[in-house]
Design a protein around this ligand. Structure first.
Ligand code: NAD
Length: 286
């Protein structure tokens, strides 16, 4: 991993700043969304763009103080509810809270996830770590779809979104546990979309490229102790292959707005890859 990061730094850093198109408007007017893992990163940015498009959003997260702070920043159309996605009862309660507060749930976004340090060889894999990651990254997604569908089926409409990853498509760099969890998310989306389409419910996921959000930075700190945050963020951005841009949370939020809106009214069972072409490359040594 270290070798790979280093070579990408030398070969690919172009020092560019990128931009992320603002998605404002009324694409989600009157809609109610519930987003997990929304205190920071992709979830927070998506909540921001959902609200900018007219939605009311319940933001949930395991981090209570940060979640409250995020809701405060986002204003009156955001409400925070603590929720640990590894507990089905918390997810069920978040869905029920949304219904009691707003009377409906239109968009269920299963976004929360964690990374994990896994050994380079499968031989050394600690299955207890595997179980923990699967519980937060996979079981929670299944539970989110289950409880989202529970309240959407009676209305015969709704949108379910999940966050997968490019690592779910290409395998990972010393990241088999995380990669397996994210390919499982893609599988869950495809199989549940096939059932829920008959109820007018669309199920899709988004596979982002690497973005230096808090959980990524925390993991990198373990691999590269003492290296400055700015350098670590640069390493992450160096994975990008699209000239003139780096992947940002806003790019994923824009994809989520599209999938949640009627612009995507015939899109279901889809994995929207937002990677600037990264997964089209044959290997990481380009
Ligand atoms: P982030 O660290 O900014 O956000 C993740 C949030 O999930 C945090 O606020 C954290 O508190 C919350 N969380 C963690 N465990 C939880 C639990 N048990 N219950 C509820 N909330 C919990 O990181 P992010 O990049 O915005 O991650 C969001 C999703 O995007 C994750 O599923 C991640 O796997 C995925 N993803 C991220 C990247 C990337 O490079 N940043 C790439 C591909 C996919």
């Amino acid at each position: 991993l270290r070798k790979c990061f280093n070579s990408r730094i030398q070969l690919n850093w172009r020092g560019q700043r990128s931009f992320s198109a603002q998605t404002g408007g009324s694409k989600l007017e009157g809609k109610v969304a519930l987003i997990t893992g929304a205190a920071s990163g992709i979830g927070k940015e998506t909540a921001t763009k959902f609200i900018a498009n007219g939605a009311k959003v319940i933001i949930t997260d395991i981090q209570k103080d940060l979640g409250q702070q995020t809701a405060h920043e986002l204003g009156p159309n955001a409400t925070f509810l603590p929720c640990d996605v590894s507990k089905e009862s918390d997810i069920s309660a978040a869905v029920d809270f949304t219904i009691s507060k707003h009377g409906q749930l239109d968009i269920m976004y299963n976004n929360a996830g964690i990374a994990c340090q896994t050994p380079p060889s499968i031989v050394d894999l600690d299955l207890a770590i595997f179980d923990r990651v699967m519980s937060i990254n996979v079981r929670s997604v299944l539970a989110g779809i289950k409880h989202g569908a529970r309240v959407m089926i009676p209305r015969q409409k709704g949108v379910i979104l999940c966050t997968a990853s490019v690592t779910g498509l290409i395998g990972g760099i010393a990241q088999h546990t995380y990669s397996i969890s994210k390919s499982s998310v893609i599988g869950i989306v495809k199989s549940t979309a096939s059932e829920l389409c008959k109820h007018g419910i669309r199920v899709n996921c988004i596979s982002p490229m690497a973005i230096p959000t808090p959980f990524v930075m925390e993991e990198l700190n373990k691999y590269f102790p003492g290296v400055e945050s700015e350098k670590l963020a640069k390493m992450v951005n160096d994975f990008g292959v699209l000239k003139g841009a780096v992947c940002e949370t806003g790019d994923i939020a824009n994809a989520a707005v599209y999938l949640a809106s009627d612009d995507a009214k015939y899109v279901s069972g889809h994995n929207l890859v937002v990677d600037g072409g990264f997964t089209t490359m044959k290997s990481l040594d380009f």
